[in-house]
Structure formats: C-alpha cells, structure tokens
Design a protein around this ligand. Sequence first.
Ligand code: NAD
Length: 438
Amino acid sequence: MKISVVGTGYVGLVSGACFAETGITVTCVDVNQSKIAALNDGKIPIWEPGLDDVVRRNVEKDRLRFTTSLSDSLTDADAVFIAVGTPSGEDGSADLSYVLQVASEVGKHLDHYLVVVTKSTVPVGTSQRVKQAVRKELDARGVQVEFDVASNPEFLKEGNAIEDFLKPDRIIIGTESKRAQELMERLYKPFLLNGHPIIFMDIASSELTKYAANAMLATKISFMNDIANLCELAGADATLVRKGIGSDPRIGAKFIYPGAGYGGSCFPKDVKAIIKTADEYGHSLEILKSVERVNERQKEVIFKKIRAHFGGDLKGRRIAVWGLAFKPNTDDMREAPSLTVIRRLLEHGAAVAAYDPVAIQEAKKYIGSGVAYHSSAYEVLKGAEALALLTEWSEFRVFDYDAAKQLMKTPAVFDGRNIYEPAEMKEHGFHYYGIGRK
Ligand SMILES: NC(=O)c1ccc[n+]([C@@H]2O[C@H](COP(=O)([O-])OP(=O)(O)OC[C@H]3O[C@@H](n4cnc5c(N)ncnc54)[C@H](O)[C@@H]3O)[C@@H](O)[C@H]2O)c1
C-alpha cells in the first residue's frame, strides 16, 4: 500500500513515520522547503522522543520519503492524509485555509481513486468542504475521477507521540462509503493487534469526537485549577483533594493535577473552535466558555504569587524560570503558560533568567532576547531572588537544596506544577508557594 501524508509537523511526521513502520510506502509532503531539505538531510525538525529512530529506520528501508511535490506523492497512492495546521483564526474559529488548499491541490492532480483523509483537527462539516474543493478542481479540469473523503482525527500526545500512534487507545474513523472504510481498516489493522479498538462512525460524529475529547480534558484541568484556588482560600490542600476524588473511578486520577494552566497547540485553539462552532449553530457552550476564562486566569496565578511575595515591586529583581515548553518532553512553545508568566514579569521590570532542557531555541522565537537563557538549571539560579517552576521536566524532580541556597540571593520557590513537598522546602529554609496548597 502507498499513502501520502501532507504536513510534516508533530502529527504528519509522526503518522507518516509510524505508517511506514508497518510496511506501507509513505511520502511526506510539506510546503516548507527548509523542513523537507532538513528531513532529506536526516535532520528531524521537531523534538519528539523516539521519532528520529523511526524516521531513520524507514528512510533506510526506502519506505519513507520527503518531498515538496504533492502531485508526485499522489502517484499510485491509496490515500492522502491531510495533516496540516488548523490554527485559531481571529474570531476563534479554526482557520481551514491550509486544509482546503491541500484539498484543491489534490483535485488538481488526482487521476485515480483514492481516499482523501482529514487528520487535522477540523470543525464539523470540513470533510464535506474538502470534498467540494477536490470536486471543484476535477470539474475545472473536466475530468471524472472517483474519490472518497474520510475523517480520522489524531489523538497522539506530544512527548509520547510515537507510542500513542503505535498503540492508540482508540482509532476514530468517519466514512460515508464501504470502500473507504475497508481501506482505512487495512491501513490501521497493524495498530489494532493488541486489542485497541477502531470505531467507525459517520463523518460529522468523527469530526466532533476530537473536539469533544480535547474539550473534556481541558474542562478537567480548569475544574481542578478552580478547586485548587478555593483550597488555598479555605485552608485545604488541593493535592489531597485530588487524590481523594481521583480514587473514584467515575472521576479518574488522570488530568486532575492543579497547575499553571493548560497550553499547547491543541487545547486552547480547540476549545475556542468548538465554542465558535456551537455559537454558529446558535448554541452557547457555557461550560467551555468558563473553562477558557478559568484557564486565562490560571496562567496569571504564578506571576501574581511572585508579585505578592515581593510586595508588588518586581523592578530589577532577578527571577529564575525552570521549564518553558508547554509540557515536558516537547519543545513546543505554542500557548505555553511560561509565556504569560515571563511576559508579565518583564512588563513589571523583573530580570528573567530561564532554562529548559530542549525548548530554548523555540522559546526565543516567542519571547525574544529579553530573557537570559542558560544551558543548565542551576546556572539560572545565580543571584536569583525567586525560582518559578513552570514545566515539570523530570530533571527538576529532585531539588538540590544546598546548591540552590548557595546560588540564590533569596530562597523562594514558586512551584507551578506542585512537584515539591511544601514541608521539606520549609525545613530547608525556602519560602514555598504551590498551587492550591496551604
Ligand atoms: N500537535 C499535536 O499534539 C496534535 C495532536 C492531535 C491533533 N493535532 C492537529 O493536527 C494538525 C496538525 O498539527 P501539528 O501540531 O502537526 O502542526 P504543525 O504546525 O506542527 O505542522 C503543520 C505542517 O503543515 C505544513 N503545511 C501547511 N500548509 C501546507 C500545505 N498547503 N501543504 C503542505 N504542507 C503544509 C506546515 O509547513 C507544517 O510543517 C492540527 O489540526 C492540530 O490541531 C495536533
């Protein structure tokens, strides 16, 4: 079998490489020439654990290729997967211009039956627009070529993307023809050997499933953050409340960790987009509107604690930051809570020194040179009056109290991920601030 995957970002590159791993021939396409040049040079443009091995192995076997030519990639292809970005438009809706561009491009070159699969996260109705865009180009060419559309949203998590793709919790596929369903089943069969389910449904339900999943996860986070803020006021400990409620299987222990707010390339934009879709249907998603508001407030919490600690005056104070990426094991900085905290600190005259194991290059694109970046965690503590931990990389888990105390001007720790023990911190002479803790 042969497929084309358009877009070589976190989703496209991982999907392409993992499909190749099953023996399928995959051509990955991107409009970004430097990305394709880098990939053809053996360099992986994103930081994702294990991805380089899978890519290298399949390139060597000649099952994985990279090109900027979509038309070449369609030769003999059984399916084309659209995995390009769908960023937030100005009004919060998903910007579908890249997806529809690819669809038109497919229509310009299609000369045999294939399935046009939308893997990007897209609002209900998009696959129908993809179909229209392909058909419009076929009509313009005056040719009749049979094709089907399918929706196949992706659920991988950055930082664990290879594992998630190879061993998915579930695969969701929306189709409207038996032929497309059978082809998708053949493509995904190798990933289902361990009993992971494939769920077929209509296209609209498939498109909505992806948004509903991300919206539910974002809701869990904002709910817990809201409760954590109440815990602080009421003298309760959110980490205990979390354990207390998480042991109920109806609630579940995952995704109820209070923190500095959610970020990343998906939750913020997907929550916005589903709100917008519902508004367009005349239905106000009240819960999700609150989820968004709570998250915006939560991203400010660490900054507010730091400001309060220093009596409102941050001018000239040196603040160290550990962790920039929106979560561990990725270099993705999109909508990272660290951006809010750092911008606020800089606005208030603080000097920020930051360290992240992998995201510094990406962070520079977002924050610029106003921050002093360092290549070691303890280096940023030199002369710092406070440390803000914003991403829970595992290398931060064991805190070297003596080293930190020697390096810091004043020992204050703002733990945006609750990874340290307040009592231990206090014992070692640190002022400790967590999220939702006494
Ligand atoms: N990142 C995630 O964790 C994740 C998880 C699940 C779903 N998704 C969804 O998958 C989609 C892709 O996300 P991503 O994070 O991989 O995006 P990304 O920004 O990392 O990559 C998108 C790629 O598409 C390329 N592109 C844009 N227009 C193109 C065109 N016309 N032809 C060829 N290539 C083109 C870009 O150059 C870029 O390399 C989005 O809809 C996202 O919401 C992302």
